[in-house]
Design a protein around this ligand. Structure first.
Ligand code: PSU
Ligand code: MN
Length: 336
């Protein structure tokens, strides 16, 4: 019994040490607004591979019930590939790292009063004790605050078409520029201006590497964008190597590992282009602005492809989850 008690004591003092480490880690974000689940806390303490997952896709990017099914499946895939999933979302003004299934299902089902929470929205959502799906920009910030170096999403935000006049540039790009976390995604949606997005990432100091044999920067629904990625890696070890050096050398910025959608689920680029043009001009005509644009265009595209774009979206996120988990596993090895 004594042995057990002392084990428990060590454990709980270990945990308080961990919490102190976590809050002092942040000249970044104070962890007092963050609750880390027991499972994720243990994994972090034991140096096990962890992958963070965003929830703006769950709350604003996909229709119900596909959103919930996908979020749950993505967590399973992360586990099957040897890492611990940490889905991040905001519940009544508390940032949760590692949502339990019931909470995740509720967040993806009851959509009234649920905020698409980008970095700039945090003071409002937290102080008003609201629920929120976290975009890549917020998820990155929280990942850094709890010291998880790998996050997975479908596609990051980017420079919007016409961004040179509207200045609609996703906060994802700016946070990537000052948050040393590796983001595994399928590039940016072709609803965006891909060339300018890559330029902006370069300016922010964000390394972009495509993953696998395709040298093109992927365009979310399509494997190619017509723009080359500045770098290319072929294995999860190589990708982990990039993240390891980025962190170990204390660089300020993050990096993007761009994984093309699996061939069998891809939609050809020229086919997507027409559909997207229509959706973007419909958004303009209907006066859709700011944070509403991405969810609106995604839903229009899903409608006009009769759900095909949604299946592609699901397939690419699942694939990214597998790749992200493998990278986290290899990174955990390099960190020892
Ligand atoms: N990837 C998807 N669906 C999405 C998004 C990404 O497959 O809905 C979300 C991400 O959360 C990303 C956000 O951070 O869209 C970008 O929104 P905006 O363009 O308003 O910055
Ligand atoms: Mn925007």
């Amino acid at each position: 019994l004594l042995h057990q008690v002392s084990k428990i004591q060590t454990r709980s003092s270990d945990f308080s040490l961990l919490s102190r480490q976590l809050s002092s880690n942040s000249n970044f974000m104070n962890t007092q607004y963050i609750d880390v689940s027991e499972e994720v806390r243990c994994a972090l303490f034991e140096g096990k591979p962890v992958v963070t997952l965003e929830t703006a896709i769950l709350t604003h990017g996909m229709p119900n019930p596909t959103n919930v099914e996908t979020a749950l499946r993505v967590q399973e895939i992360v586990r099957e590939n040897g890492a611990v999933p940490a889905t991040i979302g905001i519940i009544k003004g508390r940032i949760k790292v590692g949502l339990d299934d019931d909470t995740l299902i509720r967040l993806g089902t009851v959509k009234t009063d649920t905020f698409k929470t980008s970095y700039r929205d945090l003071p409002f959502v937290l102080s008003q004790k609201l629920n929120g799906g976290t975009t890549v920009s917020t998820t990155l910030t929280v990942s850094k605050a709890v010291d998880v170096p790998v996050m997975v999403t479908g596609g990051i935000g980017g420079v919007h078409r016409g961004g040179e006049t509207t200045m609609d540039i996703s906060a994802d790009l700016v946070e990537l520029g000052c948050t040393p976390v590796g983001v595994v995604c399928s590039g940016v949606k072709s609803i965006l201006d891909i060339e300018r997005t890559l330029e902006f990432l370069e300016t922010q100091g964000v390394l972009v590497a495509s993953f696998g044999p395709t040298k093109d920067f992927p365009a979310f629904y399509s494997r190619e964008s017509g723009q080359l990625s500045p770098y290319n890696v072929n294995t999860s070890e190589e990708a982990a190597g990039l993240i390891h050096v980025m962190r170990n050398s204390r660089l300020r910025s993050g990096l993007v590992i761009a994984v093309p959608v699996p061939q069998e689920s891809a939609i050809p680029r020229d086919e997507m282009e027409e559909i997207i043009k229509v959706a973007v001009s419909k958004a303009n005509e209907s006066g859709i602005r700011g944070k509403e644009i991405t969810p609106y265009v995604l839903s229009q595209v899903a409608k006009s492809t009769a759900g095909r774009s949604l299946s592609t979206n699901v397939a690419l996120i699942q694939n990214n989850a597998a790749v992200g988990a493998k990278i986290a596993v290899d990174l955990a090895k390099q960190n020892f």
